[in-house]
Ligand binder design. Structure first.
Ligand code: AGP
Length: 614
């Protein structure tokens, strides 16, 4: 969602800020703006639409050159995505400018109060209220940092705020509650951003900010305090990837690059976690084995693609670890009454670590004293701070809105956790656990094999670009894969796409089948005879009703050939690991189909990479 960049140092701020915004474009936005402080005056520019519009406006009317500035890409919540509502917002005097990510829930009261006191608010946003509140507080004395503290104490909801004031031309102030903000520490220059991608070209040293903290950014240093003014403990870290990881590297889209990176991402996520003796070492989980033995139930919370990883985790955890496992959409979790106790392990899965629904679910679980484990891809994000332990996926930066390599690495993480719990608890599946760990190590080469055979999938996708609907069927772990295939197609190709458990067909969805309707079927390995044969019957049933069957089955599965209009082969792997290979053709399919339709593959309409508001 909204992207934020702040800069103070020795370079032209506008260049740094606009470049940073370009690196945050992937977050999803519908307008953009900048503010630069030069010669004691604030200059702002903002435009609806993509950055190209803002760049055009800046070329037409270049602002004076300054070395302090900030920029924003806005994903509209309050007010239409137009020039007027774009950030930054300024106060009545034009001396304070503010950008914001999040939702200020009590904005209506604040606006009413401000208007009653004579302020003129020009936009429909919640953010503008903050600019005017800061105006009053700066007038009241104490400087911009103190003003920000007083204002933050009045705000309800989620926010990252960044503000500048003409009265202190070497200062950028940031504040965060429930919304992402990181500091980039340079030499003689410092940065603020929604994520490190914005400043990775300049520095790889970053500071994680905690909840309810204020950061005072000057060219010569960074000071972090809480909303009461007490010094805060800061955690500095080194970003372990460089700017090339956040570039397309010769691919047409980030999504294509990220699909291609999957074998490496899977290998990196396994790295260092399997000992020479074949046993798993997940010390970073920071939940002692003794406590893991006491766990009697696991609940997984996540959203979107991460939720699909959770659905697959359920099969692995119940089978290998022998523990009951529930999977819950994070957005629903805290609005019902889940039964949790200190012996419940809640696992939150989130690529970004900033998804508000996932964070709220974790807080809800914490209140009820459950143990909390995060699976997360972004170092320095909020989720790991809120959990007892975390298992990082090592997918590297995922820039395309549609999640691909993060999903595969989430699967690796959940397999590792399920197998580790099995190892610690000594379930009856001991031999299988050992064998699975060995097989997991061979998965990067299997994923690579899938990638080598994707040309027919691309051709198929292009041939279907005129269709309006595609259905996806699967059984067992193939069911969440079907859901994931449908989600990818919806978000990228804007087509009606649904995933079903194949066993449910006759309970309703079969009525949708009509002549020529493309139906993708994910077939379990032949070794799972019962499952396999049942789905082969399902393929026959839909084909008899006119469906165009696109069958994903393991290489050499001749039994499906007579019923497949298109057959896509994947390497043979055990059932539980099969999603690692069957998901890949579905990613390629959606990407190619969206591209054939002329869509923006990396930034689909209306979507944001991390959904930081509820
Ligand atoms: C996936 O393609 C989506 N863009 C989306 O469903 C995503 O997985 C979801 O928003 C959760 O994000 P997270 O993993 O960062 O929490």
């Amino acid at each position: 969602m909204c992207g934020i960049v702040g800069y103070v140092g020795g370079r032209p701020a506008l260049d740094v800020v606009v470049e940073g915004l370009a690196r945050l474009e992937y977050r999803g936005y519908d307008s953009a703006g900048v503010a630069v402080l030069a010669d004691g005056k604030l200059a702002t520019a903002k435009r609806a639409g993509k950055l190209v519009n803002l760049r055009g406006a800046l070329e037409d009317e270049p602002p004076p050159e300054g070395t302090l500035g900030m920029g924003h890409t806005r994903w509209a919540t309050h007010g239409a995505p137009n020039d007027r509502n774009a950030h930054p917002h300024v106060d009545c005097t034009g001396s304070v400018a503010v950008i914001h990510n999040g939702i200020i829930e009590n904005f209506a009261e604040l606006r009413a109060e401000l208007e009653e006191n004579g302020h003129r608010l020009l936009s429909d946003t919640d953010t503008e209220a903050v600019a005017h509140l800061l105006e009053d507080e700066v007038k009241a004395g104490g400087g911009l940092v103190e003003a920000m503290r007083r204002v933050c104490r009045r705000l309800e909801g989620a926010f990252t705020l960044v503000a500048v004031h003409t009265g202190d031309p070497d200062l950028v102030v940031g504040a965060r509650r429930n919304s992402p903000l990181v500091v980039g520490v340079g030499e003689g220059e410092n940065f603020l951003a929604s994520d490190v991608a914005a400043f990775i070209a300049h520095t790889r040293n970053a500071i994680e900010l905690g909840q309810d903290q204020i950061v005072e950014l000057r060219a010569g240093g960074v000071t972090v305090t809480d909303f009461e003014g007490r010094p805060a403990d800061v955690k500095e870290y080194h970003v372990d990837w460089d700017v090339s990881a956040a570039e397309k590297g010769g691919f047409d889209y980030f999504m294509l690059k990220e699909i291609a990176e999957q074998p490496q991402a899977v290998a990196d996520t396994l790295l260092g976690r399997i000992g020479a003796d074949g046993r798993l070492h997940l010390d970073e989980m920071r939940i002692p084995d003794r406590e893991l033995r006491e766990v009697d139930k696991i609940i997984i919370v996540a959203c979107g693609t991460s939720y699909h990883a959770g659905l697959i985790a359920k099969y692995a955890i119940e089978h290998w670890a022998g523990l009951p496992c529930e999977v819950e959409l994070a957005s629903e979790f805290r609005y019902r009454d889940p039964i949790l106790s200190p012996s419940t392990l809640v696992i939150a899965i989130s690529q970004s670590g900033e998804t508000m629904d996932a964070l709220m679910a974790v807080r809800h679980a914490r209140e009820q004293k459950a143990k909390l484990l995060g699976i997360c891809n972004v170092n320095g994000s909020t989720l790991p701070r809120e959990c007892d332990g975390v298992l990082y996926t090592h997918a590297g930066p995922e820039i395309a809105v549609a999640s691909t390599k993060a999903f595969l690495t989430q699967l690796v993480a959940v397999y590792l956790i399920a197998l580790y719990i099995a190892q610690v608890r000594g379930t009856k599946w001991g031999d299988e656990v050992f064998a699975m760990v060995q097989l997991l190590e061979r998965m990067p080469e299997k994923v690579e094999k899938v990638l080598e055979t994707m040309e027919p999938v691309r051709e198929l996708a292009r041939s279907l670009s005129g269709e309006h609907c595609v259905l996806f069927l699967g059984r067992h772990v193939g069911f969440p894969v079907a859901l994931e295939g449908a989600l990818k197609l919806k978000e990228l190709a804007y087509m009606h796409a649904e995933g079903f458990a194949a066993g449910e067909l006759k309970h309703g969805p079969i009525a949708l089948i009509e002549e020529g309707l493309p139906v993708v079927v994910v077939v379990p390995p032949r070794a799972r005879e019962v499952l396999h044969d049942k789905i082969v019957s399902n393929i026959q049933e839909i084909r008899a009703r006119g469906a165009r069957t696109i069958v994903i089955a393991e290489d050499g599965d001749e039994s499906v050939e007579p019923y497949a209009d298109t057959l896509i082969g994947v390497p043979a792997v055990p059932t539980l690991l099969q999603p690692l290979v069957t998901t890949v053709p579905l990613q390629v399919f959606a990407c190619e189909l969206a591209s054939a339709k002329g869509h923006d593959v990396d930034q689909p309409r209306n979507l944001a990479k991390s959904v930081t508001v509820e």
